[in-house]
Design a protein around this ligand. Structure first.
Ligand code: ZN
Length: 248
């Protein structure tokens, strides 16, 4: 194929030879691509030292058929991931974004919305936005894009809209919410708070919510974290490695 321009995020790096690497990109145009970058370890040359984990770059890509590695011949830096220097959590959260894009998407399967959301998430992790909300928003968006978002707006049994008013009861399964009318007495212990349902809805809407304006309680955040972890682990058939470093 002829050379093509792409906007990309570096999501994995592996050594290939003394001067070359295999770089896994998540591109806006073509989805995930593993590409050989010859001479990338030299500071001078067509990569200008731009290829770092989570760097946002413009690249020239030669896509290959089947299982062959693509070839990347040029890269220009758009921006580097720059989390606050004294905090480890936003850094790990960034690594987690890279891992999710790597294990949660297929090669050459584009998801422009997911690409834009990944860039927005890295921006949020670099700012003062609460990184816990930024990361859960990204997880839910990824699940939606790959068709695995549990239903948080309606009861999955009776399809009644889930309005998270005070006193209402909900349970969550792998496919989504169950309302009080559809609940069973044996579920009782695992009911989740209406405020947690509201947070799940706020985080997974189309429009990015103003994350700094969310004000759930600590126990609601804990509940939502547990639900999102279960949904991600279910969708990807494994618990992502970086999730172990992001306890909250
Ligand atoms: Zn129901």
């Amino acid at each position: 194929m002829p050379p093509e321009k792409a906007e990309a995020l570096v999501i994995r790096l592996a050594d290939f030879s003394e001067s070359s690497r295999v770089v896994t990109f998540f591109t806006r145009e073509f989805g995930k691509s593993s590409a050989l970058a010859k001479g990338v370890k030299r500071l001078k040359g067509p990569f200008e030292g731009s290829i770092d984990l989570l760097a946002h770059v413009q690249i020239i890509l030669y896509r290959k058929d089947h299982d062959a590695l693509d070839l990347v011949t040029e890269a220009q830096l758009v921006s580097r991931f720059a989390p606050p220097s004294k905090e480890i959590f936003p850094l790990y959260a960034g690594y987690y974004v890279a891992e999710l894009l790597d294990i949660g998407t297929e090669p050459h399967d584009p998801h422009a919305i997911l690409f834009d959301e990944a860039i927005a998430t890295l921006d949020r992790l670099s700012e003062s936005t609460d990184p816990r909300f930024a990361i859960m928003r990204f997880e839910l968006l990824l699940l939606r894009e790959i068709g695995n978002l549990p239903g948080f707006t309606h009861c999955v049994h009776c399809e009644t809209a889930a309005t998270a008013s005070r006193g209402s009861k909900f349970w969550v399964t792998a496919s989504g919410l169950i309302c009080e009318a559809c609940g069973r007495p044996e579920y009782e212990h695992a009911a989740i708070q209406p405020g947690s349902v509201r947070l799940l809805q706020q985080l997974s809407t189309d429009e990015a919510p103003a994350l700094q304006e969310l004000s759930p309680t600590a126990s609601q955040i804990k509940e939502v974290r547990r639900i999102v972890t279960a949904a991600v682990t279910h969708a990807l058939d494994r618990k992502p490695k970086m999730l172990g470093y992001l306890k909250f």
